[in-house]
Design a protein around this ligand. Sequence first.
Ligand code: PHI
Ligand code: ZN
Ligand code: CA
Length: 508
Amino acid sequence: MLLSRHLSWKNSMRTAIVATIVALTPALTAPAAQAAAPPDIPLANVKAHLSQLQSIANANGGTRAHGRPGYLASANYVRSQLDAAGYTTTLQSFTYNGATGYNVIADWPGGDPDDVLMVGAHLDSVTAGPGINDNGSGSAAILETALAVSRQALQPAKHLRFAWWGAEELGLRGSQFYVNNLPSAERARIKGYLNFDMVGSPNAGYFVYDGDNSDGTGSGPGPAGSAQIERTIQDYFTSIGVPTRGTDFDGRSDYGPFIAVGIPAGGTFTGAEGIKTAAQATLWGGTSGQAFDPCYHRSCDTTANINDTALDRNADAIAYAVWTLATAVPPVTVYADTFETATGWTVNPAGTDTATLGQWERGDPEATTSSGAKQLGTTVSGTNDLVTGRLAGSSAGAYDIDGGVTSIQSPPITLPSASTLSLSFSWYLAHGSNASSADYLRVRVVGSTTATVFTQAGAAANRNGAWATASASLSAFAGQTVHILVDAADASGASLVEAGIDNVTITR
Ligand code: PHI
Ligand code: ZN
Ligand code: CA
């Protein structure tokens, strides 16, 4: 009650402010519908959904697992809330393990049908318990976000679709069924997928899916666009002063089938059976040496197994990400090079390079290994990339960088004026333990001034080659004709150093 009065006060203030601006600027026509600010999701509402899921489990043998009556009751609960809020819902059924499973799919009417943002969570529990943190938490948080979309009558640029998946605990069965059965034209319309699986862990961590593989561990980066989703979620946590860490983008939840078909994805996670380290307890509080969720997959995963602060922060992060991503105008590509054909990049443009071997070239790279992957034989797109000496040769050190710096420069790129511009590219730097901190991979932008937009320094340690993505703002160069200048060095004594670049893109 208090909350709705508060919201309507905010809305009337907003109307008053807009009216004032219009009155002061009579020459302007009324602005197009403004994207409303992301709402503060009421924790009490999210917890009320968790109580309902707990009651459903209690009435159905203590579980909401696939094939048990508590699952269908959960699906019906979620669906009835969405129907009442104006969503178009479908109950998609599938068979797994001789039992019928269900996905609840809810479409918010409107938005660009060719630019769909999906938001999902698995609704099933394991048979051992009611599954309130895993994954009543994600299910309730996205449900309340969907209801907030309705309360605000949001009219996003994108079409919004929410999903509650069945049988995740048996191997991502519901989400895999959904993706498998999407006609290819429908699949191509989905431009992003946000996943929330366990967002109220009692001994919580604040993890964001590592879609750009900036951690350089485990699986590689997700499809292009995953990095932007990761940044958007990180922006929210930064705004509330909560530090985050990456969690490997390994497909261990329902985003797996989406990234497998090239749909960018992202999400948050507060931890499962993993043990909180002392450093993580210093960062976030809680108990080191104990699991993030000691009741993971157990009967004690009840409404008592929820950290309210973590759930509240994650629900607000979900709303922030949905509002930000769904109302964003899709970026327009200003420049893109996947290095499949020659487009005029110049090696050693200043004539000052010192490297004697392993100079940059465009080509189909051969793989090398030495204590792990060094030069990557894979590219991010197609068969070619920019690579420091594409041949493998007879040993890992045969065509690596030697003797100093090698550089390569793009053709001139004319950037539109008065626009917000961003550069993104895929990269890796690999080196042996004989490398040093004087070695590097660097990307600069040369216009009327020169800016270093990316540097990865070497180290006297083994670093395996692994594709990652990076991005930087180029807005300071709007209206200029610029070159992108990439250089890499094996400085300070000969060592094994390899680098690669792919998919250089500038968007407005
Ligand atoms: N999908 C697992 C737990 C899990 C959630 C693992 C999120 C990784 C991530 I990221 C389960 O439902 O048990
Ligand atoms: Zn789960
Ligand atoms: Ca990774």
